[in-house]
Design a protein around this ligand. Sequence first.
Ligand code: G16
Length: 540
Amino acid sequence: MKIVTIDTLPFDDQNPGTSGLRKKTEVFQNPTYVENFITAIFKASGRLKGGILVLGGDGRYYNDVVIQKILKMAIAFEIRRVIVGQNGILSTPCASHLIRTRQAEGGIILSASHNPAGPDKDFGIKYNTKNGGPATEDVTGAIYNQSKNISFFSFADVDDFDISKEHTIEAGSTTIEVLDTTKIYADLMESLFDFSMMKTKIKEQNLKIRFDAMNAVTGGYAREIFVNRLGLDESSLLNCVTLSDFGGLHPDPNPTNTHELISVMKNDSSISFGSASDGDGDRNMIVGGKSAVVPSDSLAILCANSQYLNGLKVEGVARSMPTSGAVDRVAKELNMNCYETPTGWKFFGSLLDAGKITLCGEESYGTGSNHVREKDGLWTILAWLSILTARNMSVDEIVEEHWAKYGRDYFLRNDYNVSSEQGANIYNSLASATKSLKGTSVDNVKILDAYVFNYEDPINGNKADNQGVILDLENESRLVYRLSGTGTVGATLRVYVSAYDKNDTTSPVPSKLNAVSILGAKLAKLQELANKDKPDLSVF
Ligand code: G16
C-alpha cells in the first residue's frame, strides 16, 4: 500500500471552541484544511498510533468526504483499529459510549452540533478522549499548537472504503470495523431504563408522544427505541430521516426552531409528551401541552424524581454557571453536592470520572448522566418518559408540582449577534466594571455582587479563567454575560437572565424578566457599543 506525503502550510484559525472546531463548510473545503487539523489531532493525542479510534458524524453535508480522508490518514498514521459508524452515522453520546466500551484512545465526531448543515452552512470536527468526553482545554490547546506547526501530512493512496454495510476491512496495519450503531445505542438505553415496564404503561395509559429528530442524526436511533422497542406508533416520529442539509431545519431544539413539533402539540391535546433532539443527538428539548420545559428546570426535575429512573443512585449534581439555580434547591433538599462549572460539557468529565456527580446539565438544552461523558438527548427524553409513565402524570403536571414545592427559577437567554470586535469590547468592558458595579444600585436594583467567573476544577486543579461575568442582584435575580464559543461568524453575546419567585410560578417569562432583561442590556451598553435595541433571539 502506497503512503503519500504532502507538504502543507499551517492555518492560523484551527483553535477549537466550546465544542470542537466549527467553521463554515467552505472553510473546511479549503485544500488541506481538514488534513492539517486531523494531523494536529493525531499528533497531539499521543497514543492513537497503535490504538483504537472511533469515527463518525451527524450525517451532515461533507461528512462522507471527510470520513474517507480520515480513514486514509489513519492508515498512514498506523492506527490499529478504526471503528466507524455505518454510512458514517454516529451520534455524539453513542460515540462516547463506544470510546468507553471499546477502550479506544479517542474519537472524532464530524458535527457542528446544533448549527445548520449544507454547503453554505456549518461543519465541525470534535475530538473526544479516552474517558469518552470532549477533549479538555489542555488537549485542545495541544491540538491548536500542533496545527500551528504543521508542515506535512500523510495518507494511504487507496480507493474510498465501502462504509455502507457492516463489515471489517484490513488495510495496511489498520483494521476498519464498520458498525450499525443503532442497536448498540438502543441496547445501552435498554440497560438503563426498564423498557418492559415503560412499554406496558405506555399502552395502559394510552400515552401519545411526538419526537422530532429534525432530520439529523437521531432519526434511526429513535425509530429503533420508540417504535421497535417501546411499541409506540410510527406517527410518534417527526423528521426522522437523516438528511445532509437536515431538510433545511435548524436543529437547535428550542421553541423557536421546532415549529412543527410545537404546532402538533398545540393542535392535538391528546399528545401529552413532545421532545426533540439536535444535529448530533446530544441536546434535547422536552415539551408539555402548555409549553417547553426550561432546561435548567428539566435538570432539577430529573434530580428530584431520580427514584423513577430505574434505581439510578444520584451521588451529586452539576450545572454550568449560566444555568439557573433550580437544581441547587433540589440538591440542598436532598443534602447532596451541587457543583457549578464553566459552560461546556468537558468541565463535567472529571467530576463524573471521580464519581462526585451522577446528573449534570446546562441551560443550552443539554442533560446527561454518568452512563457516558457527553450530554445525551435521547437518554434525557427516556428519563422523562420513565418518570411520566411511572407516575402517570403529564409533563405539565410534573413541572407545576415541582414549582409548587421549590418555587420557580424564571430564566431566559438573550442573544445579541455582534461583530467579533464589538463582542470583545462589550465583554471586556463589563469584566472591568465589576469592581465599580458591586454594591451599587442601578434603576433601583441593588447589585449585591459582580465578578468574573474563574474556575478551578475540584478534582484535578485545572484552571479555566474568564468564563463569564456574573452580577448577583437583590431578590435572587441574576445576570450572566458570556461570548458564545460555537458560532462561525462574528460573535454572539449571550445574556442570561434569571429571577426566583417562591410563590408566583405562573407569570409569563418575558414579562416577569422584563425589568432585569432591560437592566442587562443597559449595563452592557448594547445600544451604545453595538447599536442593539433588542436581542436577536430570546430563548425561554
Ligand atoms: C456546546 C457544548 C455545550 C455548551 C454549548 C454552549 O454544545 O457541548 O456543553 O453548553 O456548546 O454553546 P455556546 O458556547 O454557543 O454558548 P453543542 O451541543 O453545540 O456541542
